[in-house]
Ligand binder design. Sequence first.
Ligand code: CAA
Ligand code: NAD
Length: 306
Amino acid sequence: TVGNKDSVAETAPHFASITVLGGGQMGAGIAQTAATFNYTVNLVDMSDDALSRGQGYIIKSLKRVAKMRFKGDEPQQSRFVDDVLSRIKLSTDTESAAAGADLIIEAIIEQIETKRAVFGVLDKVAPAEAILASNTSSLPIGAIGEAVGDKRKGQLAGLHFFNPVPQMKLVEIVRTERTTDETIDRLRAFAKSIDKAPVLCRDTPGFIVNRLLVPYLAEAIRMLERGDATAEDIDTAMKCGAGYPMGPFQLLDYVGLDTVKFILDGWYKEGEGLAGSDLVRPSEKLDELVRNGRLGVKSGAGFYDY
Ligand code: CAA
Ligand code: NAD
């Protein structure tokens, strides 16, 4: 059965085997979450180093969950961690990992050409009934799937998770003009089976959350650039005055400044209804941080040092 004693998940497995491409912060979180709910997962990245980094994220996060779930019971905590890990197979071979999967979730770098090429390969090697989904934050699902053959277009969708995946309840299911109702239903059932709250939206820039969140984050950076307040005070203000769990600069560092820069640059250039808009104007401050390798929490420094 899918689910565990603490979950409110459904009990039927919706996919026999899931492949997650990209073992970064998001791919690792998606693999961990699916494996926690008894799915068998192949996690693919480009090198053994990248895979062991991904496995490191998973172990750290699982230990945290285990500590909460089995307070004071260390043997049970390590049984839980080992059990979940045993369902995650690591691989550097995209083609063979995709060949046996009925759901493939892509969570690689946010670059349209790279994603497009990967989807072209996936379409060729994945079983005919497999669903191909992208976790992109900002790119059009339809454009990522351009290389996918006509037969598969109905089985292509966005499946957008939030960071940290094990903790954030939302999953946005993004439908293109071609995505079938059956695909949506299967993805919705899958999201519920891993105890997430699915919402459905059209294939527009940022879907729901990022369309609202990214302009807010960009305005926080502009506020800092104008010298209106410090990053610390802006963060305190939004936490204590607006009830956000993290202030905008904490969240920017958490999401990754390279990811946010990709989003702003892309939307400013060609986002449907956003191109050239001040809402998404690229920021000199953000560019400089990324240029200097300050990518946020994952690189040890961003707006703040970690
Ligand atoms: N793995 C597993 N569990 C985690 C975790 C992780 N990496 N990080 C936090 N948690 C869990 C903790 O175990 C704890 O669980 P319980 O509620 O069961 O006790 C819970 O989260 C709270 O953790 P903490 O008390 O340590 O820390 P916190 O209260 O500061 O919460 C947070 C941490 C959940 C990250 C919270 O600060 C938060 O919600 N921040 C905002 C995150 C957000 O907005 N994410 C969306 C980003 S946008 C995006 O992802 C889309 C995109 O495309 C860019
Ligand atoms: P990340 O940089 O942490 O991880 C990306 C991983 O993909 C790296 O390990 C990289 O080696 C790997 N990779 C690159 N090309 C690959 C390929 N061809 N095959 C296999 N692996 C490959 O990035 P991330 O933050 O995990 O973001 C991944 C995706 O999820 C992006 O599309 C991003 O927009 C989206 N996303 C990010 C967040 C966030 O908060 N960071 C939230 C939701 C969605």
